[in-house]
Design a protein around this ligand. Sequence first.
Ligand code: NAD
Length: 281
Amino acid sequence: MIKLPLNIDYKDKVVVITGAGGLICGAMARAFAQSGASVAALDLNEEAVTKLARELNEEGFVCRGYGANVLDPEALEVVHQRVLKDLGKCDILVNGAGGNNPRATTDNEYQHEAQEGKKSFFDLDPSGVDFVFKLNFQGTLLPTQVFAKDMVEKNCGCILNISSMNAYTPLTKIPAYSAAKAGISNFTQWLATHFAGTNIRCNAIAPGFLVSAQNRSLLFNEDGTPTKRSAKILNGTPMDRYVDASELLGATLFLCDNNSASAITGVVLPIDCGFSAYSGV
Ligand code: NAD
């Protein structure tokens, strides 16, 4: 059980969450389930969402895990049919599957620091760049094409996308991920406009820097002191700390609630300890 930041009743709501096998969306799946929703947890990693669903079921909450690739429209449609049968029509879609890839990342921050044998901008693998664009952009568009049909039929619904700090100003080394997340912020506004007449709201959150199992060793030395990149991040963060995944849940529950956020659509909400507000001076 987690401590919920807001008490909003999501009973009778079907919430579909992609990337629910991961850190952020796993926490969101828990928060929605504990708030009474029926949760469909989708992930490429079927084992992770099966485990999450089993744990939530044992605690008395409603969650089903489905193995699904957000880039495969046919597989998504199969999962859609299973969700319809198991839980009912989708009321809320969280597009959480996403991420970067080393093939689309440079080793150096600046060209004048490029070194022989290291990956510079000129060595970026176009297929790696393509992979990151596809995963983040099409990985949001395709599940929306599948699950928002239910919302159109109901003439009501909510979509929550996940953008990032690098959508506002790109981060060094990760040009494709930065541009793809800028695309997500832009697409969030497009969807909000497109679906406004069918009572479907679409918003995004833009999480700041989180510490996860994958990036812990990049952010902290063995003795717990920050690495050079970590010190740069914290110097650029007025609150001088990282964001915890649990701190994304209040905004998630609020933005997806048709009562509390009924007039909010097309916004991208930074949850970043002030990172995007600070000029560095
Ligand atoms: P994570 O790696 O813990 O979770 C991502 C999940 O997506 C994984 O379980 C993975 O299996 C799944 N996934 C990957 N490709 C998939 C595919 N093709 N189909 C279905 N599932 C797929 O990452 P996270 O940190 O929880 O990130 C969740 C979202 O938040 C991502 O969109 C990420 O870009 C974004 N984000 C993360 C941070 C951060 O600091 N962690 C910051 C800003 C934004």
